[in-house]
Design a protein around this ligand. Structure first.
Ligand code: WT7
Length: 633
């Protein structure tokens, strides 16, 4: 399904009221203006934030593709996200409202959040964490997660958040690659009424990657956990120390100094550390959030992603705070204890904008209309979607049953690498279900063939970004060659960024994303590399070789099929099948568990020895095998 967005030509026009009051009531005019002089356009956007010292040059492209933005500017994203608001009336405005899965609640004014961040920043500083040091964070969706991110950034450290759904090996690899001496975690996280044992996993990961010298543990679930003397400390003990004062000086950063590393899946087994910086990222994420979701002071914004992914970094933590907005965050599962949990919270907190993923919408849609219909959802004004193409059925349900045909849906296409929304409607843009519509002002994209020439409307091609933008990734951490090779080598002569997706444009210039063209699989919107899952499988003694593919699925977009050749001495069985699934869950994480494992005697390979996943996929789906001339036998 995610391979084939159903084309529909139905237009959906935004209510006049929404267009009239939007920050940007005329997309076309603003797009045209930005296109005429992108650098002036970005300089204007940057001018809306505070800088300790102004930049000398908006863009330095002398060493492309290692672009630099706002060169010479001095800043710190936390100054714009917190410090400056404390000087204004926003000091007493709610920054974050939070609800735990068991039903406990907390809220933070800008002033309180600022104090909490300062306390923890002082703790980190007193432990010797310095500008440029890497801090790994592995937690559930609790307020201490954004607090830890902001505290690290405030003192100039580089955070690397690892999603709490990852397991031992995935966490160990990310700690190792970043060479983090500090790991911040929690005893556990609540999910579907059960405890996810984060501390146990963290212990195992540190055992495998012993670079970690200090572990700071938030008490969330309260069960007994092992604490290693001299290495492990409770968060609540540390922030109660006299050193943890509620004021803390913000480190002055260069615009191009690293803010965070976020690991994402690519073509090889080793995850890529996507690097973002303070200056350009703050400008781009805050502009896109303000214009696309039309954030106003009276809004209650709910981005239902996890802070452990880019969506959460940009649109739960940084951009909403920079805009001085009120955000809502929820810890647990959407269906716990009943499938009305989300709708109940929208009613209770008066959420005005909901931003989520197609897989979550489809998951809630299955329970029928009665669950949302029991609640007053009239506070909603705008809706959003991200992570994979949204199928028209889910779009219509979201639009009709949740938005009551009043709330335009912002289908935002972007990536960990892009930092912020790239192809997306603004509230004034007429919609077509399943299309992410048009590029954001200042962004130029195209759909091209293998030579980089634009394909004609209606034809599938490769999606490229034609000009640099402020929140683009700066490099792959510790591997600049991979950065150049992965994103910039295919269309080297033209200087295009290769996004890794195929897409088509229709007669109206609307863009329809089709799906990944590399060995990346989107499962429930999560991005997984075939190689990561395969190495998880072959780390089990029974598996000699493995190949993994993504197969379209109604609910999850794609599900994982795995083909395994067994080591001699092992025989196929139901038990072994289950054991391998458990093994992947344990090593990589629950999101990586194959829906189906098949034991095979051989795998189709090219003469140069590469597994032909395309062929496995065609066979699994009962489709024609296509060109098999490169097949080895
Ligand atoms: C890949 C990037 C950006 C936050 C979440 C994912 C797919 C993302 C859409 C959309 C169709 C989408 C693409 C992209 N994707 N948004 N609105 N319509 N496809 O970030 O994990 O880095 O994944 O997600 O395939 O390349 P990510």
């Amino acid at each position: 399904m995610s391979d084939m967005p159903n084309k529909t030509n139905d237009w959906f026009y935004p209510p006049e009221e929404i267009v009239k009051n939007a920050h940007v009531p005329d997309y076309e005019a603003v797009y045209a203006r930005a296109q005429r002089d992108p650098l002036e356009f970005w300089a204007e956007r940057a001018g809306e934030l505070e800088w300790f010292e102004p930049w000398e040059k908006v863009l330095d492209d002398s060493n492309a593709p290692f672009y630099k933005w706002f060169v010479g500017g001095k800043t710190n994203i936390v100054h714009n996200a917190l410090d400056r608001h404390i000087q204004t009336w926003r000091r007493n405005k709610l920054a974050l409202i939070w609800e735990g899965e068991p039903g406990d609640r907390q809220s933070f004014s800008y002033y309180r959040l600022w104090q909490e961040v300062n306390r923890f920043a002082n703790v980190l500083r007193s432990m010797g964490v310095k500008k440029g040091d890497r801090v790994t964070i592995y937690m559930g969706r609790i307020p201490e997660l954004p607090i830890a991110m902001l505290a690290s950034a405030k003192i100039g450290a580089i955070h690397s958040v690892v999603y709490g759904g990852f397991s031992e090996q995935a966490l160990a690899d990310r700690i190792e690659d970043a060479q983090s001496k500090v790991l911040i975690t929690a005893d556990g996280a609540w999910l579907r009424g059960k405890i996810v044992p984060l501390k146990e996993t963290a212990d195992e990961a540190v055992h495998r990657s012993p670079v970690v010298e200090t572990m700071i543990v938030v008490k969330r679930t309260g069960q007994d956990v092992y604490m290693e003397p001299g290495r492990d400390f409770w968060y609540h003990d540390l922030v109660a120390l006299p050193i943890a004062s509620p004021t803390c000086e913000t480190e002055v950063m260069d615009a191009e100094d690293p803010l965070f590393i976020l690991y994402t899946s690519g073509t090889t087994g080793k995850p890529k550390g996507v690097l973002h910086t303070h200056g350009g990222y703050q400008v781009y994420t805050s502009t896109t959030l303000k214009w696309v979701f039309d954030i106003k002071d009276e809004d209650r914004w709910w981005c239902a992603a996890d802070p452990g992914w880019i969506t959460g970094h940009s649109y739960i933590v940084y951009a909403p705070l920079i805009l001085g907005a009120t955000s809502f965050m929820y810890e647990g599962a959407p269906t716990h204890p009943y499938p009305n949990r989300w709708w109940k919270m929208i009613e209770h907190y008066g959420i005005t904008i909901l931003y989520t993923a197609p897989t979550a919408i489809r998951g809630l849609m299955r329970f029928g209309d009665a669950w949302p219909n029991r609640h007053d959802l009239s506070s909603l004004r705008l809706l959003g979607s991200v992570g994979e193409p949204i199928n028209p059925e889910a779009w219509r349900w979201y639009y009709t049953v949740i938005g009551k045909e009043r709330c335009p849906i912002m289908d935002t296409w972007w990536q960990t690498e892009t930092g912020g929304f790239m192809i997306t409607p603004l509230p004034s843009v007429p919609l077509k279900p399943g299309s992410a519509t048009r590029p954001f002002p200042g962004i130029e994209v195209d759909i091209v063939d293998d030579e980089g020439n634009p394909v004609s409307p209606g034809t599938d091609g490769t999606l490229v970004i034609k000009k640099p933008w402020p929140s683009m990734l700066r490099t792959v951490y510790g591997d600049p060659d991979r950065y150049v090779e992965q994103y910039w080598s295919k269309y080297k002569d033209k200087g295009y960024y290769l996004a890794g997706d195929s897409a088509r444009k229709d007669e109206d210039g609307y863009i329809w994303i089709i799906g990944r063209i590399d060995d990346v699989i989107k499962v429930s919107g999560y991005r997984l590399g075939t190689a990561e899952i395969e190495s998880g499988l072959v780390s089990h003694p029974a598996v000699a070789e493995a190949a993994v593919i993504g197969v379209p699925d109604e609910l999850k977009g794609n599900i994982i099929y795995a083909y395994c050749i067994l080591t001699s001495g092992f025989t196929p069985s139901e038990e072994l099948n289950d054991e391998l699934k458990q093994h992947v869950r344990h090593e990589v994480g629950p999101i990586a568990v194959p829906a189906k494992i098949e034991f095979v005697d051989s795998l189709p390979k090219t003469r140069s020895g590469k597994i032909m996943r395309r062929l496995l996929k065609a066979r699994a789906m009962g489709l024609p095998e296509g060109d098999t001339s490169t097949l080895a036998d």
